[in-house]
Ligand binder design. Sequence first.
Ligand SMILES: NC(=O)c1ccc[n+]([C@@H]2O[C@H](COP(=O)([O-])OP(=O)(O)OC[C@H]3O[C@@H](n4cnc5c(N)ncnc54)[C@H](OP(=O)(O)O)[C@@H]3O)[C@@H](O)[C@H]2O)c1
Length: 331
Amino acid sequence: MVMLRLTAEQYCKLPVMVKEETCIGKTYIITGGNSGLGLETARHLVAASAECVVLAVRNLEAGEVAKNDIEKTTGRKEVVQIRHVDMSTYASVQSFVTKITAELDRIDGFICNAGVMLDTWSQSEGMETSIFVNVINTVFLGALMMPKLQESATKFNIKPTLVFIVSVLGYIAKSEMDKSRNGVIFDGLNDQKRANMDQRYALTKLVEECAVRQLAALCPVERTGVVINMVAPGLCSTGLGHDARTFNKIMHEALRAMMARTAEEGSRTILHGLVAGEDSHGKLLSGCKIKEFWVPTWLTNQEGQKLQRGIWDELVFRLESVQPGCISQLK
Ligand SMILES: NC(=O)c1ccc[n+]([C@@H]2O[C@H](COP(=O)([O-])OP(=O)(O)OC[C@H]3O[C@@H](n4cnc5c(N)ncnc54)[C@H](OP(=O)(O)O)[C@@H]3O)[C@@H](O)[C@H]2O)c1
């Protein structure tokens, strides 16, 4: 059902929901801001008079190319800044957070956008890479940024937004998820023999959504002053999956040729995430609207809630052992 809804939505024209009044004087950070949706989101924010837009990238040269491109197309210089973050190691995320929180006075929006679609097995920090990058380190980064976002909320009387980029494709990964829901979930996800790598990307997005729902529940906006939401940008033509095996690549290209948004159109959904406000806290956004009714009941019912809590508890255990206090301080 949700895939039918998504297909229909692909053809809708989306509004650009930021303008000068929304962005003037504001600071935004976008991980993976050098390409695809991140780059186009950054370009919109710069064009809409943001004061500072930080592209957090793993490849500084690619970051510089993106910066020059944005400056050329918007005519605005000294707005874009490039910082290094490699989402495949804990240490890089920790170092990025330490530096950026010291450097910046305020943060109005933080977009956890960097992600990978891998269909061959590899590992980072002892975990299958796409689970590590798209879920574990993304949640780690979001959690580590919370104190600075809270500080910005209090200091400037604003409601900063922490946006995670998910995908409704996650909802097709139920059977892959079921393989790992009994026992230690992340051990199951890290079992190469059990993994169907053709569905791995979708699975990472499902697990990410479960974790972010728990994070948002732990950090109510009334207490923290920070809005946490999840944007599903729809199918977009970007560099995602460029490393996939030939067959998967051909399948994706065919699907994209039929119904994909451009990266610029897709970025409009992320801009919506930034301005959606308190009502969007802990919710799924798609097509520039709150789409909680798209979330399947097997995720919202008792079993789904149990799965969500299980994923969260294991993540907390893992992340607290990397940096004690990183999650417990959020309470
Ligand atoms: N395109 C879609 O149809 C679609 C649909 C739903 C959700 N999404 C999500 O949207 C987000 C953006 O993807 P996209 O479509 O714009 O694809 P993209 O063009 O491939 O952008 C992904 C970005 O993530 C960065 N990245 C990957 N691994 C990283 C790492 N270890 N450390 C730091 N940065 C890393 C990439 O850097 P490099 O340039 O250095 O590789 C790139 O800048 C992802 O989270 C994706 O899952 C996309």
